[in-house]
Design a protein around this ligand. Structure first.
Ligand SMILES: Nc1ncnc2c1ncn2[C@@H]1O[C@H](COP(=O)(O)OP(=O)(O)OP(=O)(O)O)[C@@H](O)[C@H]1O
Ligand SMILES: [Mg+2]
Length: 280
C-alpha cells in the first residue's frame, strides 16, 4: 500500500448517476439522455463508444465542469455541485502549468488547501515517487516527453489524494510503447491506492485491459438520438491480463461488436446499469 501523505481518509467513493441527461444550449436535441450508472468504491470502469456519444460530456458532469440538465449525479453520497479535490481529472492534453517546474505543478493542488508545509512536501514527493519522476522534479514540462508530462499530470491529481480519478483519453496522444507502460502504471496505482477510476478511451483493447467493467455508450445527435448507455460488460479476467489470450480476445470482440452495432434503431428502455442486481 503506497501512502501519499497522511493516511487516506475513509470516504465512500461510489459514483451514482440516475436518469442523467444533458442538453447543450442551442442544440436541437439532448447530447445525452437517460444515463444510469453505479460505480462501486475502488472499481475501475472504462467508457467506450463512437465519437459524439457523450463520453466526455458524462465525464465533465462527473467532474463538475458541466451541469446536468436532468437527473442526478453523486460521488461519495454527495451530490456533485462543481469541481472538487476529491475528484482528480486527467485529460489527453496534460494541462500542466508551463511556467512551473514538475515539483511545483504537483504541489500546486495541496498548496491551495490549508495543509502544513511538511504535508504538502510529503504528498508532492510521494506522488512523484509513485509515477517514477523524482529525478525530474526540477525540470519544466516542455523539457519532458509526452509520456512523462502525462505522468506529471497523474502525480498532480494524486497529490490531492482523490477518491475518484476521472480520465478522458489520457493516453490517446502517446506512442504504443509509452501507452502500454502507462496502462501498467495506472493499474498499479489503482491497486495501491484503491481509487475509483472512470476512464474514457477509444481503444477497446485498453478498456478490456484496464477495466473491471466496460460501459459501452452509443448514439448521439449525429445519429438522430441522444447518447446513452448501450450495455455494461463485466471483464472477469484474472490479473495480470494477457492480451494474447483467447478469453481476452473474446471479450474484446464482444465489446467491439457492441461499439459498432448500428445506431439506426433508437435505444430500448433498459434497467439501470448498476453494479448489483436491479431493484425489484
Ligand atoms: N460545449 C458543447 N456545446 C454544445 N454541444 C456540445 C458541447 N460539447 C459537446 N457537445 C456535443 O455533445 C455531443 C457529445 O459530445 P462529447 O464530446 O461528449 O462526445 P464524445 O463521446 O466524448 O466524443 P469523442 O469520442 O469524439 O471525444 C456531440 O454531439 C457534441 O457535438
Ligand atoms: Mg470525448
Amino acid at each position: 500500500m503506497v501512502k501519499i501523505g497522511s493516511p487516506r481518509p475513509v470516504r465512500p467513493a461510489d459514483i451514482s448517476v440516475r436518469g442523467l441527461g444533458k442538453q447543450y444550449p442551442g442544440a436541437s436535441a439532448p447530447a445525452m439522455a437517460d444515463v444510469d450508472l453505479e460505480v462501486g468504491a475502488g472499481e475501475f470502469v472504462c467508457v467506450v463508444g463512437a465519437s459524439g456519444c457523450g463520453k466526455s460530456t458524462l465525464l465533465r458532469i462527473l467532474a463538475g465542469f458541466e451541469s446536468a440538465s436532468v437527473g442526478s449525479v453523486s460521488v461519495g453520497a454527495e451530490p456533485v455541485r462543481g469541481p472538487g479535490p476529491e475528484r482528480g481529472v486527467v485529460f489527453q492534453d496534460y494541462g500542466l502549468f508551463p511556467w512551473l517546474t514538475v515539483q511545483e505543478n504537483v504541489a500546486y493542488g495541496p498548496k491551495q488547501t490549508r495543509l502544513p508545509k511538511a504535508e504538502v512536501t510529503g504528498r508532492t514527493e510521494r506522488a512523484l515517487e509513485t509515477v517514477g519522476l523524482q529525478r525530474l522534479a526540477r525540470s519544466f514540462p516542455q523539457q519532458l516527453s509526452g509520456g512523462m508530462q502525462q505522468r506529471v499530470a497523474i502525480a498532480r491529481v494524486l497529490a490531492n489524494q482523490p477518491s475518484v480519478l476521472l480520465m478522458d483519453e489520457p493516453f490517446g496522444a502517446l506512442d504504443a510503447l509509452t501507452r502500454s507502460a502507462l496502462q501498467a502504471e495506472l493499474k498499479r496505482i489503482h491497486r495501491e491506492t484503491g481509487t475509483t477510476v472512470v476512464f474514457v478511451t477509444h481503444s477497446i483493447e485498453e478498456a478490456v485491459f484496464l477495466a473491471d467493467r466496460v460501459v459501452v455508450m452509443a448514439g448521439g445527435t449525429s445519429h438522430g438520438n441522444s447518447g446513452h448507455v448501450r450495455e455494461v460488460v463485466a471483464i472477469d479476467l484474472p490479473e495480470p491480463r494477457d492480451v494474447t489470450s483467447a478469453p481476452f480476445n473474446e471479450l474484446k470482440r464482444r465489446v467491439d461488436a457492441l461499439v459498432h452495432q448500428s445506431n439506426a434503431t433508437p435505444p430500448a428502455p433498459r434497467a439501470p446499469a448498476g453494479a448489483g442486481p436491479a431493484p425489484a
